[in-house]
Design a protein around this ligand. Structure first.
Ligand code: CRA
Length: 830
């Protein structure tokens, strides 16, 4: 109803309130008001958590007007936008980013100081939403940040997990997982909208019915359903007045479940039924790149994708919208295979619910989806058994079969009855059990398919989907990943940001290629000194954080050598470990004097999937090596191995700016892109790395002299594989390697017990799927180059500055431009 009179003109009835940046006084008033009326406490009586919640809500006020304005304009213009479908968003803390986006950091800092509160303490109070595993989830968060900053219409769709990625602790050096109850102290950034809940169905059967026109139609009769409740989050652009939306869905039992409670009289059973429904959004599956084919996981995928597509069609489009125009209005970007069930879902809605003909619906669907593949590991390519899929989503399985039949008919038309090819390309695999290959379905349905770095996209075409590449010329493309400079430079590294701005002025934060302007400063002695001061200050800051967090110290005269990423054998944390053990062995055997060793602190950060045994053994070994090396007086404190538990975005923001050396040492051809590698280079660390993923492009850009390349190239890996790789032969042939491995097997890191690390050692000697031993010698040699380079202080600083200056390409703003040009066709909008 239209409001009238006083209400219509009241400022609170217009969505423009609070939009101009506040004065300090204005801010204080609003903050105290939130504290009093929102939290129900006085300033004197408030806890840090009260203050944090009140502050978050106050900052939210300043985004509110921009948000409604963005939504209003989108309704009005109906400009083409992106619906980013992702099962993961690894957001990191929100407060700092919201302050940066609104340019309120100084005002808020000052206002809080007047209240006797330190802004830093309130920022530290925030528990980060860890709704992702690693690179893929963090990438989604960077992308939505960039789109908002570039004024491109985007809705991020995902799942509001009640428990995000587990909290990692170590007990006697072994990983122990704890639930991540990130919502426990309040969730001030979210806006729940239970009134907009959508019903999502599962199970049951499919019938044939005849509609009014006498046409036979298939109709899904589901067996059970749950409510999907949307929770909205603001995605503020950087100081541009735009706020996009991230919509995460929470599962809630429907009334049907309540009714069961009432009717059955079996209260316990009824509550169980309710729990069953709500389990769907309970917890993030903690596997990174190695999904388990769990039924609940498929439920999660369908749950959020069906809710999102339904929301888009019913809520975001005008009522009389002509669905044949859908591709002009939206592109659904599939973040890996996790949301691919959206393809048959859109077909089902168009055909079964909206009454379109199959061919018309398929023409729309094929234009509305695009698919990003994030991996090459065969075990990471999702497949769902036909039994499971048919039980949970019988109508969708039918639709998939029909898509496959039509597709294979086209293949036959082109290639004749080439049965081998048909079997290779079928969306349905027959062995080891009949199942749906989600990557194939995405490739057939997607208007474009992209890999995430140049090498990865090439290998995707040549090795994983060559038949499809041949069949669909022009469908495959590359978009190299990127990272947001707002979070990973401006927020994480204020000291370096200030130095940069002093040198080249403002503007680089939204146009990162301008960092090129720093190149000439690499030759400026005074600038180099200031650059080193920044690095040293960042090491001291990290030292303070780690002391308080875990009791570790970081020496600022040590080379800080960092390997932070998920624990995965292909990433080869064990290769890093062999380098450490070798250096240690050289000291204790007297081969080198401790005083002649470059002082280094090695930092690891890594979570292992709870069910991934070998990864957990490696974590245990890192901790064990650390305890021994750190305590051995012969080392004279020149080597330190520290492994702070629970590596997450918050810790990354402290570790990366302090790093000197970035370890990117995956076996060539296995790391699709990596994005940590970009964050380090942008913050002035040098990379030691293989010719893999985005390392290839980093090296090309920063220059060979400013990058430590080592190891086999991808074709050499392939060749060794075909020739037959025998890891023990490398052990036999290399005395240094033998000594390192023997030291581990001797029990030197396990109190003399030789059995403890036997599984790790045997795996390296007799299996070594990722060829750690084959690259060992090259790695040790490259580390010697690192030592030599580090001893030239000025030369190292020069290289570090050039890494910063030449990393502008890795801004996620550039990635978004590439997606827009090559895939989406969604220009910036007002
Ligand atoms: N695990 C890749 O392994 C890549 C990110 C984002 C990954 C990384 O090399 O940087 O995606 N793959 O593109 C993945 O999740 C399902 O596959 C990752 O994060």
């Amino acid at each position: 109803p239209a409001s009238t009179g006083l209400v219509a003109t009241h400022p609170l009835a217009l969505a423009t309130v609070n939009s101009p940046p506040a004065s300090v006084d204005g801010f204080v008033r609003e903050f105290l008001r939130e504290l009093n009326f929102g939290q129900g406490v006085s300033l004197q009586g408030s806890t840090v958590n009260d203050q944090y919640l009140a502050l978050a809500r106050t900052v939210r006020h300043y985004l509110m007007a921009r948000w409604s304005e963005t939504l209003r304009r989108q309704r009005e213009t109906q400009a083409k936008g992106v619906a980013y479908l992702s099962a993961e968003y690894l957001l990191g803390r929100q407060l700092g980013n919201a302050l940066l986006a609104t340019d309120l950091t100084d005002i808020v800092g000052e206002g809080l100081a007047q209240c006797g509160i330190d802004l830093a303490d309130l920022r530290a109070q925030e528990v980060e939403p860890g709704l992702g595993n690693g690179g893929l989830g963090r990438l989604a968060a960077c992308f939505i940040d960039s789109l908002a900053t570039m004024s491109v219409p985007c809705i991020g769709y995902g799942i509001r997990y009640e428990y995000g990625i587990f909290r990692q602790t170590f007990v006697e050096g072994r990983q122990v997982e704890q639930p991540d109850s990130w919502l426990a102290l309040g969730a001030p950034w979210e806006f729940p909208h239970p009134e907009n809940a959508r019903l999502i169905s599962f199970g049951g059967s499919v019938e044939t019915t005849t509609d009014e026109a006498g046409v036979e139609r298939r109709r899904w009769i589901p067996a059970w359903d749950v409510n999907a409740v949307p929770y909205n989050y603001m995605v503020p652009g950087y100081q541009n007045g735009r706020v996009n939306t991230l919509r995460l869905w929470r599962a809630q039992a429907t009334d049907a479940f309540d009714l069961k409670i009432f009717n059955s009289g079996d209260y316990e059973e009824a509550v169980r039924a309710q729990t069953f429904a709500e389990n769907i959004s309970k917890v993030l599956y903690p596997e990174d790149s190695t999904p388990q084919g769990k039924e609940l996981r498929l439920q999660q995928q369908y749950f959020f994708v069906a809710a999102s597509i339904g929301d888009f069609l019913d809520q975001q489009l005008p009522e009389d919208f002509d669905l044949t125009k859908l591709p002009e209005r939206i592109i659904f970007q599939l973040n890996d295979t996790h949301p691919v069930i959206g393809v048959p879902e859109l077909m089902r809605v168009l055909v079964d619910e909206r009454g379109l003909e199959w061919d018309a619906a398929w023409a729309i669907t094929q234009k509305c989806f695009a698919y990003t593949c994030h991996t090459l590991l065969p075990e990471a390519l999702e497949v769902w058994s036909v039994d499971l899929l048919g039980k949970l989503l019988p109508r969708h399985l039918e639709i998939i079969y029909r898509i496959n039949d039509d597709f294979l008919a086209e293949v036959r038309e082109r290639f004749g009855d080439d049965e081998l090819r048909i079997r290779r390309m079928s969306i349905i695999a027959e062995h080891p059990e009949r199942s749906v290959r989600m990557a194939y379905l995405a490739t057939v349905a997607g208007s474009k398919v992209n890999g995430v770095a140049a090498l990865h996209s090439q290998l995707l075409r040549d090795k994983v989907l060559p038949d499809f590449d041949e069949f669909y010329p022009g469908k495959f493309t590359n978009v190299t990943n990127g990272i947001t400079p707002r979070r990973f430079l401006r927020l994480a590294n204020p000291a370096l940001s200030e130095l940069i701005t002093d040198a080249i002025g403002v503007g680089w934060l939204t146009d990162l290629e301008r960092l090129r302007g720093l190149e000439s400063y690499a030759e400026d002695e005074e600038f180099r000194e200031r650059f080193r001061d920044v690095k040293a200050a960042n090491k001291r800051r990290l030292d303070a954080v780690l002391r308080e967090r875990d009791g570790f110290t970081v020496h600022d005269d040590h080379l800080l050598d960092v390997m932070v990423k998920r624990l995965h054998e292909y990433k080869r944390q064990s290769l890093k470990l062999l380098h450490i053990v070798t250096t240690y062995d050289r000291i204790i055997s007297g081969e080198v004097a401790a005083a002649d060793v470059t002082p280094r602190t090695f930092i690891f950060g890594a979570k292992a999937a709870p069910g991934y045994k070998m990864a957990k053994e490696i974590i245990h070994l890192i901790n064990a090596v650390g305890s021994v090396v750190n305590a051995d007086p012969r080392v004279e404190d020149r080597l330190k191995v520290i492994f702070p538990p629970n590596y997450n975005v918050t810790l990354a923001e402290k570790v990366i700016p302090a790093a000197d050396l970035s370890e990117q040492i995956s076996l060539a051809g296995k790391e699709a892109s990596g994005t940590g590698n970009m964050k380090f280079a942008l913050n002035g660390a040098l990379t030691i790395g293989t010719d893999d993923g985005a390392n290839v492009e980093i090296r090309e850009l920063v220059g060979n002299d400013n990058f430590f390349l080592f190891g086999m190239l991808e074709p050499q890996v392939e060749e060794l594989q075909t020739r037959g790789y025998v890891p023990s032969s490398f052990y036999e042939a290399d005395a240094g390697l033998r000594r390192a491995i023997d030291l581990i097997s001797s029990g030197a890191f396990s109190g003399g017990d030789r059995s403890v690390f036997e599984p790790v050692v045997s795996n390296l000697l007799y299996e070594d799927r990722f060829m750690v031993l084959a690259d060992y010698a090259a790695y040790i040699e490259a580390q010697a180059r690192v030592d030599a380079a580090y001893s030239d202080v000025e030369g190292w600083t020069r290289s570090a500055i050039l890494n910063v200056a030449r990393s502008g390409f890795f801004s996620s703003d550039r990635s978004m431009r590439d997606y827009i040009e090559r895939i989406w066709g969604t220009p910036p909008s007002i």
